[in-house]
Design a binder for this molecule. Structure first.
Ligand SMILES: [Zn+2]
Length: 455
C-alpha cells in the first residue's frame, strides 16, 4: 500500500477543517466577523494558496475543494509549538499532560485567549513538491545547410518529386522576398511566382539537392576548397575539385576539349549518399529502362561519381520493370548429331556447302571496274576442312561450275548438304535431269558406269 506523505495528510486535515468551518458558518451565519485557519505545514499552505492547475492530481483535487469553501487569505502559518494537535501526534507523557501541558491541551494556545493571533504569511514564491511537470512542445528549426534533408526525404524515392519539393521551397523564399517590404526598400524587387515550375526553377531545385548532398558527405573538403586551397589527397586524388556556382565540380584533363562545360567539369556526386542511386534510377527510367552503358554515358554528361559502374549495375539489377521484362532463355534439348558428323571418313566425303557475300571485287588485276562476287564454301563434316571457290553470282550455273572445280580438286563427295537456296535447288534439279538422261537406255549407245547424283 502506498504510504501517504505528511504534507498530503496535512492537506487532508486542511480540507476537513474547511468542510467543518463551512458547517459552523452555516449555523452562526451573520455573527461571524473574521475567519482564521492555522496550519503548521508550510507545504500544505503553499498548495492551498496556489492555483490548483499547478499541482498534481491528488493535491489539485483537494485544493479545488478547499478554495471555494474558504478564502485563501485566511490561511495562516502557526508554529508546531502552538499547535495542541502536536501533543497527540508527537506523543506526550501522562505526567506532562496532567501537569504543565494541561491548560494548553484543554484551552488551546494562549493567543486564542489573548487575541494576539499569529498572522505569519508564507512566501508566495515558495517552491512546493508535487508540482505538475509541464510538457512543452518546442519546435526547433536548424537552418544550417549541413542537415541532411535529402536523406529525410528519401521516402520519396523519386528524383522528380524531390526536385519539385526543393523547387517549391525555393519559390516560397523568392515569393516571400517579393512581398517583403525590407527587400523592396533595398531596391530588390522580385516577381511573384505562381503556376507550373519553369525549367530554371527545377534546375535550381536540383542544384539545391546536390548542394546538400555534397555538404553532407564532404564537409571538410568543402571547407578547404572554400578557403581557396586545393585537395589532391585520398579520394580526391587526380580529381582536382573546384567550386563553381556553389557546387563541387571535378576538373579532369578535358579543359582544352571543345565540349560543353558540364561535360568538361562534371558535378561531383557522393556515391555513399542514398540519393545518388535515385539520380541513377531516374536516368535509367527516363531513357526507357536503358542498359548500363547508356546510363553511365548519360550520367557522365553532367555528373561524375566514383565507382559509377558498380552502383549503376546495382540500381539496374534491382529495377522491377527490367526484371519482369528480362527474357529467360529456353533450355532446349539438343538433337542427335548426324551419322556423317560422328563417324570417320575421307576428307570431303560428306560435305556442307553455302555461299557468303557479296564482296566487291575487281574484274581483273588492272581493271578499275568493280563487280560483286560470292564465296562458295565447302566444309568437310568429319575433318572440318574448308575449300573456297569464287562464284560470280547466285545462279545455279555458277554454282555447278564451282562444284565442278571443287570435285576436280577434292574428288566427288558421297553426300552434299545445303540449305534451300535457289541456286542449290536449281543445281540439284539440273543435275538430276542430267542423271536421268545419262541413265536412260535409249540414250546409251555404249556401256558406261552409272551416273549418280545425290545432292
Ligand atoms: Zn529498368
Amino acid at each position: 500500500m502506498k504510504e501517504i506523505t505528511l504534507p498530503r495528510l496535512e492537506l487532508q486535515g486542511a480540507l476537513l477543517l474547511a468542510k467543518l468551518a463551512q458547517k459552523v458558518k452555516a449555523v452562526i451565519k451573520d455573527r461571524l466577523n473574521a475567519e482564521f485557519y492555522w496550519c503548521d505545514s508550510q507545504i500544505a499552505l503553499t498548495w492551498i494558496r496556489g492555483p490548483p492547475t499547478k499541482w498534481k492530481v491528488f493535491i489539485s483535487n483537494r485544493t479545488q475543494q478547499i478554495q471555494p469553501l474558504t478564502d485563501v487569505k485566511d490561511w495562516y502559518y502557526v508554529k508546531s509549538a502552538s499547535n495542541p494537535a502536536d501533543l497527540v501526534s508527537r506523543g506526550i507523557t501522562i505526567g506532562q499532560l496532567v501537569g504543565n501541558k494541561k491548560t494548553f491541551w484543554i484551552n488551546g494556545p494562549e493567543f486564542l485567549v489573548e487575541g494576539d493571533y499569529p498572522q505569519d504569511q508564507i512566501d508566495e514564491n515558495r517552491k512546493a513538491p508535487e508540482e505538475k511537470v509541464k510538457s512543452v512542445s518546442v519546435a526547433t528549426a536548424n537552418v544550417t545547410p549541413i542537415d541532411d534533408y535529402i536523406a529525410k526525404f528519401k521516402y520519396h524515392n523519386s528524383f522528380k518529386k524531390t526536385r519539385r519539393h526543393f523547387a517549391l521551397v525555393k519559390r516560397i523564399i523568392e515569393n516571400w522576398k517579393a512581398k517583403s517590404p525590407t527587400w523592396k526598400r533595398r531596391g530588390i524587387s522580385n516577381k511573384y511566382l505562381s503556376g507550373a515550375f519553369t525549367p530554371q526553377e527545377l534546375n535550381e531545385g536540383t542544384k539545391l539537392i546536390i548542394q546538400i548532398m555534397q555538404q553532407q558527405e564532404y564537409p571538410t573538403e568543402l571547407a578547404v576548397i572554400q578557403r581557396g586551397e586545393t585537395i589532391n589527397k585520398g579520394q580526391f586524388e587526380h580529381l582536382n575539385p573546384t567550386m563553381q556556382n556553389g557546387l563541387l565540380h571535378v576538373t579532369g584533363r578535358l579543359s582544352l576539349a571543345e565540349l560543353p562545360l558540364t561535360h568538361k567539369t562534371p558535378i561531383l556526386i557522393p556515391k555513399s549518399h542514398p540519393f545518388a542511386k535515385v539520380i541513377i534510377r531516374y536516368i535509367h527510367e527516363r531513357n526507357f529502362h536503358c542498359g548500363l552503358e547508356l546510363v553511365m554515358s548519360e550520367f557522365r554528361w553532367t555528373y561524375w561519381m566514383r565507382n559509377l559502374r558498380k552502383v549503376a549495375e546495382g540500381v539496374i539489377n534491382k529495377c522491377v520493370k527490367c526484371a519482369r521484362a528480362r527474357p529467360r532463355r529456353l533450355q532446349q534439348h539438343m538433337g542427335q548429331l548426324p551419322r556423317a558428323r560422328v563417324n570417320p571418313s575421307s576428307a570431303f566425303t560428306h560435305t556442307g556447302v553455302d555461299l557468303c557475300g557479296p564482296f566487291e571485287v575487281l574484274l581483273n588485276y588492272r581493271s578499275k571496274t568493280k563487280t560483286t562476287a560470292y564465296a562458295c564454301i565447302f566444309i568437310c563434316f568429319s575433318t572440318k576442312a574448308v575449300h573456297i571457290e569464287v562464284v560470280e553470282n547466285q545462279s545455279s550455273g555458277a554454282f555447278i561450275s564451282a562444284l565442278l572445280r571443287f570435285t576436280s580438286v577434292r574428288g566427288t563427295p558421297d553426300t552434299i548438304y545445303s540449305d534451300n537456296g535457289r541456286n542449290f535447288v536449281g543445281a540439284c534439279r539440273e543435275l538430276s535431269e542430267l542423271r536421268k538422261v545419262y541413265n536412260n537406255q535409249a540414250t546409251m549407245t555404249f556401256p558406261r558406269r552409272a551416273f549418280q547424283t545425290s545432292l
